[in-house]
Write a protein that binds this ligand. Structure first.
Ligand SMILES: Nc1ncnc2c1ncn2[C@@H]1O[C@H](COP(=O)(O)OP(=O)(O)OP(=O)(O)O)[C@@H](O)[C@H]1O
Length: 625
């Protein structure tokens, strides 16, 4: 069973990037105590960026709540002093009235301040979450495409996205609640110190075991969560496969149910075991912390008794001390819970900040060269491309030139490097060696946004954007809409009739995940993808298997439209249907990343190489009796 698990679920193995966070989670209590202020500062920093006003209000009103608590306690001593003095009961009660009024006012003010602090905090949290998420998405939409080929990066992104952003929100909450707890503790500590310094020391001693247990429990939870990231990702993926409209038919036709459920059982079983172990260890920790905390509290009350018996503490002060100690326990519970939360969320927050830093390293280089113009000539010279974590190059020493008005076709067997070469031409990847230049300017020296502005792409794996049909086409140039051209583009792609046949025409929402949404067939989606590219009307058009899902008529119309517009642009065509590439000005045949043949259709047929062989093979399929 274990063997099967390892073979089927490679994600269980640890990745290189995990060591950093594990090291952090393994820090000892002292080191962690040192780290807390840093985490707190970062949390307050983010809160400040989200809303300076609410941050100040939340912190200030919590601190003022603490001050009101101290006032209330000290006034209580006045009440007790008056009540425990000698004399007639009525006189003693009268003497206690001023202090009682102070206690009442302090209590009312304290409640008011705490409500205002809660309000500021509630306002702050959603703003913090939005700020954190926005920052994350600013980076994920900008990092180099190559970053996504790195499994470590994807995992980090997932952790930062799923937990890290939330951690920022929880951390801010924890930081402010911790401030409230500490302010309450400080208030009671001041009160106790004023009553007798020994009581203060006793209170501090009582706090340590609880804090230790809280931090250790948090660390256990984090470590387990961290180790489970890969497995959970696999579990989510399995859950998605088993409860998804898109996979439902294939799952049944291939009777995959037992296999998927078995995989689920293996993963979920391991998940539950880990979780139970963590809960066991956390409970032990809390038990030990609780016992020591109880003993320490007992010692505090013994100290109080000794001071009373020795007449070093008056009865009124002892009564106040008991009240202060009770208030201290509440404040301590709040502080400890939030030390716990701040520490734990601080670790997740660290995932978030780490990801931001790593994503920052994967930004496209900022170059001096600001723009490229729509290219007249695109030149690929001796270009080689390796994807991350792969040994064999996807493109090896490719050289070609294509001019405006020309169409080139990349053909070859699956995995021969056609898409990869097209990605180089589009500036989506940069070659490890060699160059890709537009009119003599190497794309690796240009801001990629400027390159992509001139590129339209019908990719092999186009996305089914869950928007209306119109928006799906408009996405082609959403930043500079071209009035009236949506229908023109849709007609060129053979999508217009299909779209007008939808319940709400161009306004039909294309996603069954929303009420009233419609689903399209594979070919219909592909027409829409082509319409988007036509609408973009870019000087470099890359069509990667643009007709794989199209019927014969639609395919014919699409290639006719491509040829009609070819004079104004550079067209790169990738297709396995070789009948569609006969009109290309140059055909490049690829094998194992290399360009092994090139020429136009008659030249390549005459050469009698791979192209001729593949072409004849397809042609006989149509002519054979
Ligand atoms: N993002 C990626 N990360 C790692 N390897 C990749 C990636 N994309 C492609 N490859 C690998 O690079 C090689 C070339 O892939 P490419 O997609 O360029 O081939 P292709 O000729 O377009 O294939 P097909 O005809 O099947 O579309 C293949 O071995 C593929 O596994």
């Amino acid at each position: 069973m274990a063997k099967a698990t390892a073979a089927a679920l490679p994600e269980l193995t640890a990745s290189w990037w995990e060591s950093h966070s594990v090291a952090l989670a393994n820090v000892r209590f002292g080191a962690m105590a040192k780290r807390l202020p840093v985490v707190l500062r970062q949390a307050i920093g983010i809160a400040w960026r989200a809303s300076p006003r609410d941050t100040v209000a939340a912190l200030l009103f919590n601190l003022l709540t603490g001050v009101a608590t101290a006032f209330g306690l000290l006034a209580t001593r006045g009440v007790l002093q008056a009540l425990f003095a000698s004399g007639a009961t009525l006189d003693r009660v009268r003497a206690a009235v001023p202090s009682l009024i102070v206690v009442a006012v302090a209590t009312a003010v304290r409640s008011g301040l705490s409500i205002i602090a809660g309000w500021a905090q509630a306002r702050l949290e959603p703003q913090v979450l939005t700020t954190a998420e926005r920052r994350l998405f600013e980076l994920t939409t900008q990092v180099k495409l190559a970053a996504f080929d790195d499994a470590g990066f994807s995992d980090e992104m997932e952790r930062a996205r799923n937990r890290g952003s939330l951690a920022v929100q929880f951390l801010t909450r924890g930081a402010i609640d911790l401030t409230a707890g500490l302010a309450g503790l400080a208030a009671t500590a001041v009160t106790l110190a004023l009553l007798h310094p020994v009581l203060l020391g006793a209170l501090l001693l009582a706090s340590v075991p609880a804090a230790w247990a809280a931090v250790r429990a948090a660390r256990l939870a984090y470590l387990s969560n961290h180790a489970r990231t890969s497995r959970r990702r696999r579990l989510w993926m399995l859950a998605d496969l088993m409860a998804n409209r898109a996979t439902a038919a294939e799952l049944r036709a291939f009777t995959m149910r037992p296999f998927l459920l078995r995989e689920y059982d293996i993963m979920a079983g391991a998940e539950t075991d880990t979780e139970l172990e963590v809960v066991r260890r956390q409970t032990m920790t809390r038990l030990v912390g609780g016992v020591f905390s109880g003993l320490a509290t007992f010692r505090v009350y013994v100290a109080l008794g000794v001071l009373l018996v020795d007449h070093r503490l008056p009865l009124a002060a002892a009564g106040t001390a008991v009240l202060a100690l009770q208030a201290a326990r509440t404040a301590l519970a709040l502080a400890v819970t939030n030390v716990n939360r701040v520490y734990e969320e601080g670790l997740y927050f660290n995932d978030y900040t780490d990801f931001l830093a790593r994503a920052g390293e994967r930004m496209p280089p900022v170059t001096k060269q600001a723009t490229v113009r729509p290219p007249v000539t695109v030149t690929v010279r001796d270009a080689t491309l390796h994807y991350a974590e792969t040994d064999a190059p996807a493109v090896l020493g490719a050289t070609l030139t294509v001019r405006r008005g020309e169409t080139i076709a990349l053909v070859g067997e699956n995995g021969s490097g056609k898409t990869s070469l097209a990605r180089l031409i589009a500036g989506l990847y940069h070659p490890d060696s060699g160059t890709v230049s537009w009119d003599g300017t190497s794309l690796s020296t240009v801001d990629p946004q400027d390159v992509w502005r001139h590129v339209a792409m019908v990719s092999q794996e186009y996305w089914h954007w869950p928007f209306t049909a119109e928006r799906n086409i408009l996405l082609g140039t959403h930043d500079e809409p071209r009035d009236g051209l949506i229908e023109v583009a849709a007609r060129k792609a053979g999508a217009h009739d299909m779209i007008t046949g939808l319940p709400a025409g161009y306004g039909t929402l294309l996603s069954r995940n929303f009420a009233g949404g419609q689903e399209l067939s594979g070919g219909q989606w592909q027409r829409l993808a082509a319409a988007r590219a036509f609408y973009r009307d870019a000087p470099v058009l890359i069509c990667d298997e643009p007709s794989a899902a199209l019927d014969a008529r639609a395919e014919h119309a699409l290639f006719a439209a491509l040829r009609a517009g070819a004079a104004e642009r550079i067209t790169v065509l990738i297709t396995h249907r070789l009948a569609n590439v006969r009109h290309a000005d140059h055909i490049y045949v690829m094998r194992d990343g290399r360009i092994v043949e090139h020429g136009d259709h008659p030249e390549l047929l005459a050469a009698g190489g791979t192209y001729a062989e593949l072409f004849q093979l397809q042609a006989t399929g149509y002519t054979a009796a």
